[in-house]
Write a protein that binds this ligand. Structure first.
Ligand code: HAS
Ligand code: CU
Length: 538
């Protein structure tokens, strides 16, 4: 194990362990929805599993992976991680918080799904554990910022290396996002679950949740973009088409990730239509950096193909290294995002949202976005990182090559059928899709079976991924660790420019958050409020 990267490796190990457990739960849920009898299964276990799967995948796997990746990139492109001891403290806190939350979930005392909407109420250890996980991640953010500052003092005029530009963006988005979460969890849910206050206001809590919940999705996505911009063109044998475009994209995420949360609350009463429209506009603004990314990355790949001798319109695609598991995983993840992102634009349109909200379409959408675009990018990143961190070759290579394709096939079936079933009215998060024999429900049932077949393939793909990780770490052939190389841009970058002014952009972003949430929250709170006591159905 590379001694410089112990802290990062510890984070990545926790991420992959969480992913392994959550993958097993995922396939059970899909089989259950398809009406397949599982031994000892019940409604209670189903919802427990949905909660554990969501929390472990969306909150634990992603956060730990991103933290690990951040440390690797800081060390390799800035040559330092400042405050490594604090980093270990953050790690211990994050593990402790996750274990506390996972324990009460598995005991059936926190069956509140990963969005933990009140009035569903969990055991206090769930909310406190989640808070401690976030505190751990704040320390990680502080370590990255300290490393950046230390580098900046030595290089006042240089543009920060792009991988770290992206990770600093991630940290800023995370701080802005988790302010909303802290208000909800510390200000409302923890005192409520401890019995210090009797009731909680669901609409206010949901509003704080989505202040956090949407930028959370970009907290997952930006590190994947970092890999696409800074590693993928290098692995493909090309150049990054434009470095400043990458910086602009990251800065736009700082600005527009947060003031968009009402697109999750179109059907919530109590929020004025005008504000829902305002958040719709900012949602469409946040499509722009992804469209720029699509252009820049495809152009970078074309450069790679042309450097390898392609001359025709599309023959550069065949010249790309499709057998490299990092390359295929990440490129398939990107291709998936063309569909998943398009679905996002549909969700963001008020009228169309009414058709898909709370249906299986949504689980189709987020298994394409976070479940493939992000997760498959991270799996690919693991194939890139492992030989560099362990000094061992991937083993078995054939399985690593095959795994991303199996994931895509499984996801095509799983997510495709969920999208269609959602349009036909299948609600999300339900235990019994027969609806006690309702006629409309008949049309959903074949689709749930296709989804289950997809989920089985996804399970095998996840298993293959975890197997490759374990086999490589334990028994991979030792060889000299390849260097961490990042893509060079086509044109050299000049001096530090406007896109490196993180302080300025954070202030602008904070102002946008205050505009987007200040008045709506003031308006909500100035009306007479009615709270709800807690419910736990199981
Ligand atoms: Fe979403 C719901 C809108 C992106 C995750 N989203 C969710 C939920 C999750 C989630 C988890 O407006 C469910 C929450 C819940 O439990 O209730 N989403 C959007 C929009 C975008 C978007 C506008 N979502 C994401 C990402 C996620 C994510 C990213 C996770 C990582 N989403 C919504 C809305 C809802 C929603 C509503 C609420 C629905 C409801 O009613 O509940 C945009 O950011 C998407 C922009 C993306 C693009 C695509 C660009 C394409 C690229 C790939 C190019 C590469 C190529 C490869 C072409 C415009 C960059 C070339 C390869 C070669 C070989 C040539
Ligand atoms: Cu959103």
């Amino acid at each position: 194990m590379n001694r410089n990267h112990r802290l990062a490796s510890a984070h990545l190990a926790v991420a992959i362990a969480a992913f392994a457990v959550a993958s097993c739960l995922g396939v059970l849920q899909a089989l259950s929805i398809a009406g397949i009898e599982l031994p000892e299964w019940s409604e209670e276990l189903f919802y427990l599993s949905v909660t554990a799967h969501g929390v472990l995948m969306a909150l634990v796997f992603t956060t730990f992976f991103i933290m690990g990746l951040g440390y690797v990139l800081a060390r390799e492109s800035l040559g330092r991680v400042v405050g490594e001891r604090a980093g270990w403290l953050g790690f211990v806190l994050a593990v402790g918080g996750s274990v506390a939350a996972a324990t009460v979930i598995l005991q059936g005392k926190a069956t509140v799904i990963y969005t933990f909407y009140p009035p569903l109420q969990a055991h206090p250890a769930f909310y406190i554990g989640a808070t401690i996980l976030v505190v751990g991640s704040w320390i990680w953010g502080g370590v990255l910022l300290a490393s950046y500052r230390s580098w900046r003092r030595e290089h006042p005029q240089d543009p920060v290396p792009l991988p770290v530009h992206g990770m600093i963006t991630t940290v800023i988005v995370w701080y802005l996002a988790t302010a909303g979460l802290a208000a909800e969890v510390v200000g409302m849910l923890i005192p409520w679950s401890l019995g210090l206050i009797e009731t909680v206001d669901p609409v206010v809590a949901r509003t704080f949740f989505w202040w956090f919940g949407h930028p959370l999705t970009y907290f997952w996505l930006i590190p994947a973009y970092v890999l696409w911009y800074t590693v993928l063109p290098q692995v493909a044998g090309g150049r990054l088409f434009s470095d400043p475009l990458g910086r602009m994209v990251f800065v736009l995420f700082i600005l527009f990730s947060t003031p968009v949360g009402f697109h999750h609350q179109f059907v919530d009463p109590g929020i004025e239509a005008g504000w829902k429209l305002a958040h719709t506009f900012s949602t469409y603004a946040i499509l722009y950096p992804s469209l720029v990314t699509a252009f820049t990355i495809v152009a970078s790949l074309e450069v790679a193909g042309r450097l390898k001798g392609a001359r025709g319109l599309f023959d550069w695609i065949a010249k790309l290294p499709w057998k490299d598991p990092f390359f295929s995983a990440v490129t398939l993840a990107m291709l998936t995002f063309t569909v998943g992102g398009f679905g996002g634009a549909i969700n963001a349109a008020y009228a169309m949202n009414a058709m898909v909200h709370n249906t299986a379409w949504i689980q189709g959408h987020f298994h394409l976005t976070v479940g493939t675009t992000v997760a498959l990018s991270f799996m690919g990143a693991t194939y890139w990182l492992l030989p560099r961190l362990t000094g061992r070759e991937l083993r078995p290579m054939a399985l690593a090559r095959f795994q991303p394709y199996l994931w895509i096939l499984g996801m095509l079936l799983f997510s495709g059928s969920n999208h269609v079933a959602g349009l036909m009215g299948l609600p999300r998060r339900i235990y019994d899709v027969t609806y006690f024999g309702a006629e409309q429900a008949q049309s959903w049932i074949p689709l749930t079976k296709i989804a289950a077949a997809g989920a089985v393939l996804l399970f095998f793909s996840a298993f293959a991924f975890v197997f490759v990780v374990a086999a490589t770490v334990l028994a991979g052939r030792r060889s000299e660790a390849p260097a961490f190389e990042f893509a060079r841009p086509l044109e050299p970058v000049g001096d530090r420019g406007i896109w490196d002014r993180f302080g300025l952009w954070t202030v602008v972003a904070a102002v946008l958050v205050v505009i987007a949430y200040g008045y709506p929250l003031f308006h909500l709170l100035s009306q007479q409020r009615f709270g709800s006591p807690g419910f736990s159905p199981f």
